[in-house]
Design a protein around this ligand. Structure first.
Ligand SMILES: Cc1cc2nc3c(=O)[nH]c(=O)nc-3n(C[C@H](O)[C@H](O)[C@H](O)COP(=O)(O)OP(=O)(O)OC[C@H]3O[C@@H](n4cnc5c(N)ncnc54)[C@H](O)[C@@H]3O)c2cc1C
Length: 559
């Protein structure tokens, strides 16, 4: 058995930021990740991170207002205020740690415009901001002496006397199952993107953290709020960063028209993501698309801007769509990108389960509400990762370890054996179930939703859960049994799919990313509230919580 003060599940930006702050606050910290830390999905973040820097003439109140409006007033304003107030110092801290942010003409930190914001306040490192941050944080946690269990897979949380007291984990290389006890656990296991197919997310974004916490008794909140990003490539669903529109790219329909003028005359292509995705989908549905897509046109930006600031997407468009952005528009469409919901936390990352914290995309402190602003997610990971780390380290100081021993792993050992014992007997392998789930979710829980479609999705997900009981794992070995790992991930994905669908059926209005054809209006009187999903002995149970409003009363939202 291994033992640490603070155990962090996930080595993306949220996990590593939490690890660094917990270590700096004197805790013995370990991070566990199913992939090498710098292969975490945060690596994919392209466009940048938001902060209102005062000396750049910006004001965190404006950033907070844009975020509240972007959330369609579902975001909790106390948390949004904290995130926006702490953004500037966090970005500067990252610079001091060693992140080489791109500069403006005068050599100061440069910014670019991102959607739904009144000011250009997105700091960036070309179009690989996530990678730059991730590598620097990895260096910093190495310097701070954080123990990293890399390529270890978390199977279960250990709950003792109602407290989270560690985790049961599998070393993927050897297949050995271990117990790690800790005084606090911070869940930073990222999003659930691959519950939908296609998605802009890495294949490892399988909602494990939400599933682990949900099974352990924590509530999931705002799960119906799934962001479809306006610019994902036809076919593969690979992301073209919002930074492209931030640099001035146009959206065109099949008639060559900049159609956003009819949907968001002031902000045009830089309206918030839910608005732009709905506009695109409407154009496509009304016959002004081509092959289910509209176009992103960057030709007028010129070669220098594209090569210097959008270098990665120049390659992506060439490699995945055979399009030269310098010479032609690229076909794009709305695609699944981000989960606004997650494990419900307070502003210090504490969940409703004592001893368990959560931060990053896995969590829902509700700074994104119904719709996340581009470049606010990296900020969320860093601000609330740091806050969770500080709080968990302090809590661990006055706590002793529970009486956890190796027997805590017995249940998971039996569970894995049961999976491996499943006979083929017509049972599916993980891939077929995963594909059916992803296709169903993308068909019925995308940009436009309705009751019939969502009920069809719920039926399908429940049938898939039945099929999952007899899922067949052909590889019976212990060493690098990725077939087993993918099968375990699928179990978490099905939990998430059910929670998303249930919450979406429950919300009988349109707000943010949740647009219902059968309830097209926002309904503040009845639905200005969060929906929570909790696992009970009788299955998933739904409940509600009020939205925290500090200074911005809901208004009609237009861009
Ligand atoms: C293509 C793309 C571009 C983006 N660009 C931007 C951007 O420019 N700006 C912005 O603000 N946001 C952006 N986002 C969103 C942002 O990148 C993510 O929301 C954020 O990086 C999530 O970070 P995280 O630390 O929460 O999780 P992740 O980086 O996903 O890390 C999760 C960690 O958990 C570990 N893990 C998961 N399950 C287990 C398990 N069972 N056992 C052990 N370890 C586990 C993983 O190994 C990983 O280390 C982008 C997203 C995409 C898809």
């Amino acid at each position: 058995m291994y033992s640490h003060d603070v155990l962090i599940i996930g080595a993306g930006l949220a996990g590593m930021r939490a690890a660094l702050s917990a270590a700096e606050n004197g805790a013995d910290v370990a991070v566990i990740s199913k992939v090498h830390p710098v292969r975490s999905h945060s690596n994919a973040a392209q466009g940048g991170i938001n902060a209102a820097l005062e000396h750049a003439g910006d004001d965190w109140h404006d950033h907070a207002y844009d975020t509240v409006k972007g959330s369609d007033y579902l975001g909790d304003q106390d948390a949004i205020e904290i995130m926006c107030r702490e953004a500037g110092s966090e970005v500067i801290q990252m610079e001091h740690y060693g992140v080489t942010f791109s500069r403006d003409e005068e050599g100061r930190l440069g910014t670019r415009a991102f959607g739904g914001q009144g000011k250009a306040r997105t700091f960036f490192v070309a179009d690989f901001t996530g990678q730059a941050l991730l590598h620097v944080l990895y260096e910093q946690i190495m310097r701070a002496g954080v123990r990293v269990y890399e390529e270890w897979f978390v199977l279960d949380l250990i709950i003792e006397d109602g407290q989270c007291a560690g985790a049961v984990v599998m070393e993927i290389r050897s297949g050995e199952i271990h117990t790690i006890r800790s005084k606090a656990v911070i869940m930073a296991a990222g999003g659930l993107g691959r519950v939908f197919e296609p998605s802009t997310n890495a294949l490892i974004c399988t909602g494990d953290g939400m599933g682990l916490a949900y099974r352990a008794g924590a509530s999931l909140m705002d799960m119906e709020m799934v962001q479809y990003h306006p610019t994902t490539l036809k076919g593969s669903g690979v992301l073209i960063t919002e930074g492209a529109r931030g640099e001035g790219a146009y959206l065109l329909n099949s008639e060559g028209e900049r159609f956003m003028k009819r949907y968001a005359p002031n902000m045009m292509e830089l309206a918030s993501r839910d608005v732009v995705s709905r506009a695109e989908q409407t154009e496509i549905n009304e016959g002004r698309g081509v092959d289910g897509c509209v176009f992103l046109d960057m030709r007028h930006l010129g070669e220098r801007v594209i090569r210097e600031r959008l270098t990665q997407i120049l390659d992506i468009a060439r490699d995945f769509a055979n399009v030269n952005l310098l010479e032609e528009p690229v076909p794009i469409r709305p695609g699944m990108h981000y989960q606004m919901g997650g494990i419900k936390t307070d502003i210090d990352g504490q969940t409703q389960l004592p001893g368990l914290y959560a931060a990053g995309e896995v969590a829902c402190v509700s700074v994104h509400g119904g719709n996340r602003l581009g470049a606010n997610s990296l900020l969320d990971t860093l601000v609330f990762g740091r806050r969770s780390g500080v709080h968990a380290a302090e809590a661990a100081r006055s706590k002793s370890h529970g009486s956890v021993d190796d027997s805590a792993a017995d249940g998971q050992k039996a569970n894995i054996q049961r999976l491996l014992d499943n006979e083929q007997n017509g049972g599916d392998m993980f891939g077929q179930i995963r594909q059916d789930m992803g296709g169903t979710m993308n068909e019925h829980l995308a940009v436009y939703r309705n009751q019939d479609g969502m009920e069809t999705a719920l039926d399908t997900v429940r049938q898939l859960r039945e099929r999952y009981r007899s899922v067949y794992v052909p590889d019976k070995g212990k060493t690098w049994n990725t077939n087993l790992v993918f099968t375990l991930e699928l179990g978490f994905m099905l939990d998430c799919a059910e929670a998303v669908t249930l919450a979406a059926i429950e919300r009988k209005e349109s707000r943010g990313a949740h647009t219902r054809e059968d309830f097209p209006e926002r309904d503040d009187e009845n639905w200005l509230k969060h929906i929570l999903v909790e696992q009970t002995e009788d299955g998933p149970a739904l409940s509600e919580m009020p939205v925290v409003i500090t200074q911005w009363e809901p208004q009609v939202r237009s861009y």
